[in-house]
Design a protein around this ligand. Structure first.
Ligand SMILES: [Zn+2]
Ligand SMILES: [Zn+2]
Length: 256
């Protein structure tokens, strides 16, 4: 198994060292992909950027079978060209694309939920996700489709496939059409209801032609590495999806 999503000290919001991450992964018997943050245009968060050459030079000696080096890129219409150029600066093993922002507003903060209704906002969120997947054809994986549900302050923040099915289908269709994989982010899986919430979406991805997913913890500290991975693996199997990782931008099946 590989944990395909985590942040070390090259990300503005993490202080995890590569050595601590490697120690934890070894204890768990898993491999890892580091996916440091690049987020251009996040209001008030200009520092979500790193020097790819320094990153590569620092971690390349550690890179091997159990550690690959990637990046998590925040997608938005205004950042496409800069993001594309960044992804080509060093030979990243894996490029993950994320929606952290909608219409220039950071989804991490409550303001957007206070000023917009859930129905309208979630539809816009999935529509923008589908559009950015088509526009950012240099990404390998779409991260945490339930990111909005982590922070939304609505009474019921869940993704509700029965309500947003058309928009979710269009987003999943964009993934299949562009050969982009869906990530299963394990951050919210401590809540058993979240598996119920995600099940129809991941099974629909399979129905539309998706075959593979990446599993990632989004760890910012060593204790979060590999969190809920056995749940995630069973979940993937229940939707007939196979967990993979990426090396040199090519998909590799996880054998154990
Ligand atoms: Zn993210
Ligand atoms: Zn992340």
């Amino acid at each position: 198994m590989y944990d395909n999503h985590m942040h070390t000290a090259f990300s503005a919001d993490s202080e995890m060292t590569a050595e601590d991450a490697l120690r934890k992964a070894e204890q768990l018997g898993i491999g890892m992909v580091f996916t440091e943050h690049l987020d251009i245009g996040l209001p008030g968060k200009k520092e979500f950027c790193f020097d790819p050459e320094v990153y590569w030079k620092t971690y390349e000696p550690l890179r091997g079978n159990r550690l690959f080096l990637g990046v998590e890129i925040g997608m938005s219409p205004g950042a496409r060209e800069e993001n594309r150029a960044f992804a080509g600066k060093v030979p990243f093993d894996m490029v993950v694309g994320s929606i952290h922002m909608l219409d220039g507003t950071d989804l991490y903060y409550p303001a957007i939920y206070e000023s917009r209704e859930k129905q309208e906002l979630y539809r816009a969120y999935f529509v923008s996700m589908a559009r950015e997947v088509y526009q950012n054809d240099f990404i390998d994986v779409l991260a945490h489709i339930d990111y909005i549900a982590r922070y939304a302050i609505y009474e019921n923040p869940s993704l509700e496939y029965d309500v947003f099915g058309d928009e979710i289908d269009a987003m999943l269709g964009a993934l299949v059409a562009t050969d982009t994989l869906l990530e299963l982010n394990t951050r919210r899986l401590s809540d058993p209801q979240v598996l119920e919430e995600l099940k129809p979406i991941y099974c629909r991805y399979r129905e539309l032609g998706g075959r593979y997913i990446t599993i990632g913890s989004d760890a910012h500290t060593p204790d979060a590495i590999g969190a809920h991975f056995s749940l995630a693996r069973d979940f993937a199997e229940s939707c007939s999806l196979r967990p993979v990782t990426f090396c040199e931008r090519r998909m590799e099946l996880c054998r154990e």
